[in-house]
Design a protein. Structure first.
Length: 367
């Protein structure tokens, strides 16, 4: 038995009662409810965008938007602080869109990688709980086509979640982030991904932001046809002045059945092509940082662990950036994909003490 929402003018009280013996869930209070099947009422919305539009511009306390189970085909940008999106369940509350970087959305304009995102965040103190954010572009069908096939499209980066300039203190917990190439773009501020499932295959966690991942599953998906390497987990572009980049603690690196052993490097160094006073070329200060601590790794992870990545030189040619010149480290890796060798640098017992949640996130205190 389920009791549907009870509405009052102003704040909405949403009560869900599951009858299973004598068990029941406690009451929860929300500022807005997104549920297309519910009767119209104050602070009740049919779309997530309409609920975001109605939220206060500069709330000093959390503004909680409850999203009922369902599939929401929406492309969202969050620009207001203190917004919390709270889904009914990570597997049943799904926000999805199917844009990709090379797709034309209006005459003469394509999305580009940042613009492809299903959800973009440009605000502080944002929380996402118990929901799925997915970029549903059909990467696999396109990937299966031969390179010379006229139907094959280029620039297939397709972001699910993008943390853009202006974002900071973003918490994602008990959630799922789904895509293939470039699933999660963490390009600004501090973010914490806790108990989150992140899936993709090519550079699917990338950017220059300070992102902490705890108790999360990083899942490599298949490809449309064989590739060597199969894909890459991370592609950090951390600025050399920044101490922390992509930090994984107590996580699991898993794979789809079709992903072969020794086929997926942990990551590669991304030096984004950037406009400087003397030209446009790979950012020399993007000395990426990625650290895996107490992480279980399946045997799809390559023996060498890391890989090189090409960037644009000042003269326009492509040059390789080597993983040994980046800040890539492990500590206490386990599982069949865990190997210690000269290519997989390890943190020392004293060095690893600097990688606590308090030090990584600084003065952001959140449990």
């Amino acid at each position: 038995m389920i009791i549907r929402p009870i509405y009052f003018i102003g704040t909405i009280i949403f009560v869900t009662l599951f009858i299973s013996g004598c068990a029941s869930q406690p009451k929860h209070t929300y500022d807005a409810l997104v549920d297309p099947s519910a009767k119209p009422a104050a602070n009740n919305f049919a779309t997530i965008k309409s609920a975001l539009d109605a939220a206060p511009a500069n709330s000093l306390k959390p503004y909680k938007i409850y999203i009922a189970a369902g599939n929401y085909y929406e492309k969202l940008t969050i620009t207001k602080p203190n917004i919390q999106l709270l889904g009914e369940d990570a597997k049943t509350t799904r926000i999805y869109f199917d844009a990709y970087a090379g797709q034309t959305y209006t005459e003469g304009k394509t999305w580009g990688t940042p613009g492809s995102a299903t959800v973009t965040i440009r605000a502080t103190d944002i929380q996402l709980h118990q929901l799925t954010i997915e970029n549903s572009f059909d990467f696999l069908s396109n990937d299966a086509l031969a390179n010379e096939d006229a139907k094959r499209v280029a620039n297939t980066q397709a972001v699910a979640l993008f943390l853009d300039t202006g974002s900071d203190r973003v918490l994602v917990r008990d959630a799922r982030l789904l895509g293939y190439q470039d699933t999660l773009f963490v390009n600004a501020g501090r973010s914490w991904f806790d108990k989150t499932f992140i899936a993709g295959n090519v550079d699917y966690i990338f950017g220059k932001g300070n992102a902490l991942f705890t108790d999360s599953e990083i899942h490599t998906l298949g490809r449309g046809k064989p590739n060597n390497p199969h894909g890459y987990l991370v592609a950090p572009s951390t600025q050399i002045a920044d101490e922390f980049g992509l930090t994984f603690i107590d996580c699991k690196l898993t794979r789809a059945e079709s992903v072969l052993d020794n086929s997926v490097p942990l990551g590669r160094p991304w030096h984004p092509t950037t406009q400087f006073a003397d030209g446009r070329y790979a950012d020399p200060n993007a000395i990426g940082k990625a650290v895996f601590i107490n992480t279980w790794m399946d045997s799809h992870i390559t023996l060498d662990g890391w890989y090189s990545m090409n960037g644009t030189a000042k003269d326009g040619t492509k040059i390789p950036f080597l993983p040994g010149d980046s800040r890539f480290f492990e500590f206490n890796s386990s599982g069949p994909g865990a190997v210690v060798n000269g290519n997989r640098r390890q943190l020392g017992n004293e060095e690893v003490k600097n990688y606590t949640r308090e030090k990584i996130l600084g003065n952001w205190r959140l449990d």
